[in-house]
Design a protein around this ligand. Structure first.
Ligand SMILES: Nc1nc2c(c(=O)[nH]1)N[C@H]1C(S)=C(S)[C@@H](COP(=O)(O)O)O[C@H]1N2
Ligand SMILES: [Mo]
Length: 317
């Protein structure tokens, strides 16, 4: 029996996934003293193996509520770019092999104190919230995602960067035996991304730990990935293990591969074409409709002022 229990900040019923219904059921079972019995049921037992599961769902931040429909979870978890597991979209099964516990996160470079922390210790220090964000891939498709996570600015605050630090470099795991894409040595592994300090501390820059009201799926970058909704999707690095504060602009994975096609800034702009295709429109995977692309993916009011005076720097590529 499924008892309906909804607070204002929860995902509306029409958007609720089977899994979030399931999670509610698990919480009800636990509350009624049936937790032990529940643990013997397959599926429920595996939900309990994620040590951060009790942190979800987090309250939604209504500031970022948007007009588009949330993309069904089944699309978001199975249509992915995650080159570590293959150069096609169908990597979800392969990504299940990624061991996400224990997960060590290193914060180093130009900081007061270098920190190595366990992911579960880190997440419990951070203010989790849910945000609905648009995601625009450079390949001209888009989704709308109910992320859970915390502002990247909170991690910066914890790291106490030195005054000279002007960029934040981020790095994905390196495990070629598990992520066999990393055996393709012509790619510059590990995946690297970077942002300026002004970008890192902008309100919109979000470190994701969850989606759809529970820990984020491995295919989407568990246990910790970035989301920068005003930039092309490749900037939103998955499964991060290292944050390095530096005074040098990092060379990113895609820049290293093809600097003339994928730049450092990569801000969404419908009027600046990719060298091989127009960026004027995108396919919304929720509706399968072709829709116009917006400047900064619709987030200009939050970020346009970050780039004033930088027009000579290819900020839209
Ligand atoms: N480590 C890593 N991060 C990555 C990628 C990748 O291949 N490896 N692909 C990027 C690209 S191109 C996109 S569009 C998004 C896709 O995120 P999603 O699969 O959750 O939609 O992840 C980005 N982060
Ligand atoms: Mo992408």
């Amino acid at each position: 029996m499924y008892v309906k229990r909804q607070k204002g900040w929860e995902i509306p019923e029409r958007l609720a996934t089977p899994e979030s219904v399931y999670l509610n059921r698990r919480q009800i079972l636990a509350a009624s003293g049936l937790g032990l019995a529940a643990a013997t049921l397959p599926g429920i037992a595996s939900a309990q193996t994620d040590p951060s599961a009790d942190l979800y769902p987090a309250a939604r931040n209504s500031k970022y509520t948007i007009e588009r429909e949330v993309t069904p979870e089944s699309i978001n978890t199975t249509y992915n770019n995650f080159y570590e597991f293959g150069t096609h979209k169908n990597i979800a099964r392969a990504a299940e092999a990624l061991p996400i516990r224990p997960w060590e996160v290193k914060i180093d470079g130009m900081v007061e104190n270098e920190i190595t922390t366990d992911f579960d210790t880190l997440i419990r220090k951070m203010p989790l919230e849910e945000r609905l964000y648009r995601h625009r891939c450079v390949e001209r498709w888009s989704m709308t995602v109910p992320w859970t996570g915390f502002p990247l600015a909170e991690l910066v605050k914890m790291a106490k960067p030195l005054g000279d630090a002007t960029y934040l470099r981020m790095e994905t795991f390196m495990m070629p035996d598990v992520a066999t894409g990393q055996k393709q040595i012509w790619y510059p592994w590990p995946y690297v991304e970077g942002v300026s300090m002004a970008e890192a501390t902008n309100d919109l820059a979000f470190l994701v730990t969850g989606a759809y009201g529970k820990p984020v799926a491995k295919s989407m970058g568990a246990p910790l990935r970035l989301h920068l909704p005003w930039k092309y999707g490749f900037k939103s690095i998955k499964s991060i293990v290292r944050f390095t504060f530096t005074d040098e602009q990092p060379v990113t994975f895609w820049q290293d591969l093809a600097a003339s096609e994928y730049g450092f800034w990569a801000n969404v702009n419908p009027e600046v074409a990719h060298p091989r295709w127009s960026q004027a429109s995108e396919r919304d995977l929720t509706t399968n409709e072709q829709i116009p692309t917006r400047l900064f993916n619709g987030y200009a009011e939050y970020v346009a002022d970050l780039y004033v005076g930088m027009e000579d720097q290819n900020i839209y590529m």
